[in-house]
Design a protein around this ligand. Structure first.
Ligand code: DGJ
Length: 750
């Protein structure tokens, strides 16, 4: 046990836990094969580096929790102080290494290897326990628990500055990928080359934010979706956080991540402990797709998703705040006719909510619009064969609301005297209020750390879920906190969702934060869907879904068919492109279907039927993406775990670079098996700019006969080739006009 060696699914981890210092990660990366104790000792010994001139007089090795005490002058793993005393680096000593030993509250998945490392600094009266897990899929999780071991209740607390997970990566992992973005443009990839120093991404939004770094990936130069070695970390946390890559001139490179704590935010009292969120760390020798191939099955192994993802109709872009029973009943009827399975009533249903300036927090059904409550609408929805979902934003409050007037002390950051009391103007926070906290979308945050506010909002949610047969909550969060403790608010949020789920286990939850501003593995443990972005523009969505799905499996990613002209961009897209884009996720509609024409409704009905047929594949398969040489053309797909079938999309984002574009190469199939490839029609065919299609698509029967593949009903030509040929040589692509997508079914015939 002094040199623990964990191996799973092509990944391994070797620690040197000999001696009395903090254990060192000797290796995190590719599987090193069967190593005996003797060979492990040789590896650990051989990993001790030279001592460089003008340096500390012992070899510098990055430990699990590096600090100045070890001679590490990069970002420390832990920092803090006791009031009245100067902050000093901890001098942690190894107390124990144990296999197993996670606390009882932790779910442990079958086959997971675990390690618990206990460290103490007796003089500082601090202990740290590090939990490590390696799942059967090769996903590594780490977290620390810091305990103030001073049992004297009168003693000063330990003021925690930071407690982070730091993992070494080899020097060759010098190219970085992380993400940024903004509202309706989430998950924009950004690449950089790491020189000496720190590339650090920090979120102080009180939620990860639209610009969330999401994943911090370090890889070998030029890594892509299918190639290169990559090491990636993600913090499973929905509050403030930071993620960084560091390349020290001392000769160590590392990825770090942890909760971002404000000064004084976290005091660890005598005999108390603080446990960090998990850092999830993944290695792949096969590029970004290799990360997804580990992360998706692992997430699926603990996912709360219980059944097939229903087709949703969300009312937001159809009616916004204009709610009335006849209009919504007509919309529900139109939805039911095309095959929608869940009708979700978005914002606008509660007392006085006529626009986005008021009423958040007053979670009572508006008595004017709904004199008989929501019952008539829900009964109508049920009679039409759908279940019912409701939008809420439990963490928020409008200053112009009964609840803020009654309890200004529940508003995070406080409310100025002129803004509380009666008759608060909608703009009071932005204009008239002297509160130091600026409004955002004219709203403020409810202080969930206040037990009364927490109890009240839980009681309102419980009342709604008890009175109405609600299958689904769309749980929104539309502003940055900008006040209070993000830690306190985030832990209270988790408690609140957990309490709602415990009391109403059948109710599904979709997490939304102005679209995709809170997509992380902390929230994902608690919800069944995330709203990927507020944009339904398929061109934006292609990129957002492509990159969001590196971490999150597609069945979580809400994707809606919107109106022809996207409300967020003003761009007009053809129906077939919108359908092909929304298909690859948890599909839905956000469009006033009562305005769609007969032809459109027929295509939508066909699309929904296809989706229902395809979702077992789309929501269990392996996500694959090509590395295009022409950035205007992207191919992505989902391959069944048994490699019997697959669905691919060839997407033209813009005009191609060449008159005849590069071939479509289909990754992820079994090299030796033979597959029939055929185009899947989905409503109207995609618009092309070709005088004639590629030969294999032109002539039914010429290359192996017309197909009836995973989608059923394929038309046109098809071809039968081996998985190796399809991956290595590929097939000529149809000449798609810009902003078009063609779908292809791929079915094994042996
Ligand atoms: C922001 C969400 O992202 C939208 O989908 C919609 O639910 C609105 N909030 C409602 O206010």
């Amino acid at each position: 046990m002094s040199i623990p060696y964990l191996r799973a699914a092509g990944t391994s981890l070797v620690l040197d836990a000999r001696g009395t210092g903090v254990p060192v990660i000797v290796h995190w990366g590719a599987d090193l094969g069967d190593l005996t104790g003797e060979l492990l000792a040789a590896l650990a010994d051989a990993s001790v580096p030279a001592i460089s001139p003008s340096s500390i007089d012992v070899p510098l090795r990055l430990s699990l929790l590096p600090t100045l005490t070890e001679g590490w002058s990069g970002r420390p793993g832990v920092s803090g102080f006791r009031p009245g005393r100067r902050a000093a680096a901890l001098d942690l000593r190894l107390a124990e290494v144990r296999a197993g030993g996670l606390s009882e509250t932790d779910r442990l998945l079958p086959g997971t290897q675990t390690l618990t490392i206990s460290l103490t600094d007796a003089a500082a009266r601090v202990a740290v326990r590090t939990d490590l897990e390696l799942s059967v899929e090769g996903v590594l999780r780490l977290r620390h628990t810091l305990t103030n071991t001073d049992v004297d209740p009168a003693a000063a607390p330990f003021e925690l500055g930071s407690l982070d997970v730091i993992l070494p990566v080899p020097d060759r992992a010098r190219e970085l990928l992380d993400f940024t973005g903004l509202w309706t443009h989430e998950r924009r990839p950004q690449r950089s080359t790491l020189g000496h120093g720190v590339w650090s991404r920090e979120s102080r939004h009180g939620r990860p934010g639209h610009d969330d770094s999401y994943l911090m990936v370090a890889g070998t130069p030029g890594f892509g979706f299918r190639t290169g070695e990559v090491w990636a970390t993600h913090l499973a946390w929905s509050g403030d956080k930071r993620a960084w890559a560091e390349n020290s001139a001392l000769g160590c490179s590392a990825l770090g991540s942890g909760e971002l704590l404000a000064p004084g935010e976290l005091s660890v009292a005598s005999a108390a402990s603080h446990t960090t969120p998990w850092t999830v760390a993944v290695y792949s020798a096969a590029g970004l797709d290799g990360l997804s191939a580990r992360l998706h099955p692992w997430i699926r192994s603990w996912s709360t998703i219980a059944g097939p993802r229903p087709v949703v109709l969300n009312t937001w872009e159809a009616v916004y705040f204009d709610h009335d029973l006849p209009t919504l009943a007509r919309l529900a009827d139109a939805a039911a006719v095309v095959g929608v399975e869940r009708f979700v009533l978005d914002d606008g249903w509660f007392t006085g909510r006529s626009d986005d300036r008021r009423a958040l927090g007053d979670w009572f059904v508006d008595p004017v619009t709904w004199p008989d409550g929501l019952h008539p609408l829900i009964e109508h929805v049920h009679a039409a064969g759908m279940d019912f979902g409701l939008w809420v934003e439990p963490e928020m409050v409008s200053l112009d609301s009964d609840v803020a007037r009654a309890h200004p002390e529940w508003v995070l950051g406080g409310v100025a005297d002129d803004a509380a009391g009666s008759g608060v103007g909608a703009d009071a926070g932005a204009g008239g209020s002297t509160s130091p906290v600026v409004t955002w979308r004219f709203q403020r945050v409810l202080d969930l750390g206040n037990p009364d506010a927490y109890d009240w909002v839980l009681a309102r949610l419980t009342a709604l879920l008890t009175e109405y047969p609600i299958a689904y909550l769309k749980w929104d969060h539309n502003r940055d906190l900008l006040a209070g403790s993000a830690h306190r608010q985030t832990t209270a949020l988790y408690r609140l969702i957990d309490a709602v789920r415990a009391a109403h286990p059948g109710v599904e939850i979709e997490s939304c934060a102005s679209g995709g501003a809170r997509i992380d593995l902390g929230i994902l443990e608690r919800v069944d869907r995330v709203w990927t972005s507020d944009t339904n523009d398929p061109l934006e969505r292609q990129q957002i879904q492509r990159y969001t799905s590196v971490l999150v499996p597609p069945e979580y990613l809400g994707g809606h068919l919107g109106a022809a002209t996207a409300h967020t961009t003003g761009r007009t897209s053809e129906l077939s492109f919108r359908l092909a884009t929304a298909l690859f996720g948890s599909a839905g509609i956000e469009w006033d279907l009562t305005r769609a024409n007969e032809g459109e409704l027929t295509q939508i009905a066909t699309w929904i039927a296809r989706y229902k047929h395809l979702r077992p594949l789309l929501h269990s398969g392996v996500v694959v993406r090509s590395d295009p040489s022409d950035p205007a053309l992207e191919l992505h797909g989902v391959v069944a775990p048994d490699q019997n079938s697959a669905l691919f999309a060839q997407v033209a984002l813009a005009a191609p670079r060449a008159a005849v574009p590069e071939r479509m190469r289909f990754p992820g199939l079994a090299p030796e098996r033979r597959y029939r490839v055929a185009q899947l029609p989905l409503g109207a065919p995609p618009r092309t700019i070709q005088d004639a299609p590629p030969a294999w698509l032109a002539d039914p029967g010429a290359f192996g006969g017309a197909a009836s593949g995973v989608g059923g009903g394929a038309a046109g030509g098809s071809v039968t080739l081996t998985g190796a040929v399809l991956a290595l040589v590929g097939l000529p692509a149809p000449l798609l006009a810009p902003e078009q997508a063609a779908l292809f079914t791929v079915d094994a015939i042996d």
